[in-house]
Design a protein around this ligand. Sequence first.
Ligand code: UD1
Length: 351
Amino acid sequence: MKIASIVGARPQFIKCAPLSRELRKLHQEIIIHTGQHYDYEMDKVFFDELEIPQPDYNLGVGSGTHGFQTGEMLKKIEEVLIQEKPDLILVYGDTNSTLAGALSATKLQIEVGHIEAGMRSFDKSMPEEVNRVLTDHCSDYLFCPTQTAVDNLKRESIVKGVHLTGDVMVDALLDNRKIAERSQILDTLNLENKQYLVATVHRASNTDDRHNLEGIVDAFCELGEKIVFPLHPRTEKSLKKYGLYDRLIGKVKLTEPLSYLDFLQLLSRARRVLTDSGGIQKEAYILGVPCITLRDNTEWVETVENGWNMLVGVDKARIVKTAKEFEPGGEQRNIFGQGACKRISAAIGRN
Ligand code: UD1
């Protein structure tokens, strides 16, 4: 089969690395990069470090409003698909690049495969939730990381083309865990094993609302713990816009966005993680790092049910209390499977 993989944002590059390797054993693959993420630390560093094949196309779409960004992608992806005529396109997760890829292909009657299908937060105010639901409803192959995802799709009457494969992020993590141990990030930041917390924030509901961002910033400052906080460009801009950046100086260790290997090492040696990222909730679970999620809901409900993840939202007092006291209660069951990339590659062409 000729497959066009469509990627555009940081977590998609990470997931594409192990899957691309498997796909190329059985199929022909081209990579289309929408250009949604474009800074070196958000984009090229992952291609270099994870040895992902260079994209065949970079559409250079960049930033903008949701309508502008998605619209530009639709136009440009369509042009490439008409020229390349793939049998199937693959999209990942829940970004604007995911939706644009799925919609362009569906309208050209090209089959769509969705990696991380069936995830739901049941919160339509999240742009990612809209992207997920719409992408699932125009997909022919729905590659689900968990049984919860399969059940979510069934509730929406999607049963055909559903494959329970496990999570491709597990493959990325297992491929790189040992290599990440060579990272010098702890020395560079002057940190000791389990003597610090790591934090990440980038969800629009947290970065684009001054009140929410202030709750998080003040909690970090009040905690009195060593916190390392790699800043997503969206978050850095908002902190400066709302006059909150300076509050963190001297209290929290701010860094640029880190490479995958550096971040993996930083996370695996942290005592706890504070995050609003979906992927990091999973990685923390697999690495056995207690996770405090700065949201009111999660798609990765099993991490909460198993006692390793606490949803605390953006209330300052709640963040501080949980970050000081949270101890995981449950056994770390295998939720996310193993070998997803092999299963996905083998399932393609056999719907
Ligand atoms: C996007 C995804 C989100 C994913 C996240 C991973 C959507 C709706 N959201 O959010 O699901 O978890 O990527 O990071 O697709 N920017 C830069 N340099 C870059 C990239 C972004 O400066 O390399 C800035 C731009 O000013 C942009 C802002 O960050 O306006 C937000 O970027 P955008 O791509 O819209 O969404 P993310 O917040 O990264």
